[in-house]
Design a protein around this ligand. Structure first.
Ligand code: SF4
Ligand code: SF4
Length: 142
């Protein structure tokens, strides 16, 4: 009886293999090939900057309040002459879980999610991105 059960399981398995032989592959040979992702992909964060390289951040810290990760966003700002100067704006992409909360809540559209998804690194310090690094990625993205 066990013999026939084994034969039956083998035939079932071969049937499955035969079905997939004639289907298009759903996997790609990464990293030589890369899949195309939709525009709604939540990749690494970037900052929207204007032509002068300035960000429109008003220092409200709404992004920090909605962020579920401690210290994923660090902002240092000061009020001068009725305006706000941003002295430091950093995202730690090693802590960010790419939830997108900060993007949705920002009243100035400062943050956006990019298509960058290859973030692995052995050096933790490269995960911390300041305005320059984040806006540079934005430029590269086009
Ligand atoms: S995407 Fe989410 S986890 Fe990442 S910085 Fe924004 S709110 Fe925090
Ligand atoms: S929510 Fe937007 S404007 Fe407010 S501190 Fe964060 S990035 Fe700046």
């Amino acid at each position: 009886m066990r013999f026939f059960k084994g034969i039956f399981a083998l035939v079932e398995g071969m049937k499955m293999v035969a079905c997939h032989l004639f289907r298009a592959a759903t996997t790609v040979q990464y990293p030589e090939e890369r899949d195309k992702f939709g525009s709604r992909l939540r990749g690494c964060l970037a900052i929207n900057v204007d032509k002068n390289g300035e960000i429109e951040c008003v220092g409200c810290r709404s992004c920090i309040r909605v962020c579920p990760c401690i210290d994923a966003i660090k902002i240092e700002s000061e009020k001068i002459n009725g305006g706000v100067i941003i002295n430091k704006f950093e995202i730690d992409k090693g802590k960010c879980i790419l939830c997108g909360n900060c993007v949705f809540v920002c009243p100035k559209g400062v943050l956006k999610m990019t298509s960058e998804y290859e973030m692995a690194d052995s050096d933790k310090t490269v995960f911390i991105r300041g305005i320059d690094e984040m806006s540079r990625f934005e430029e590269e993205e086009g």
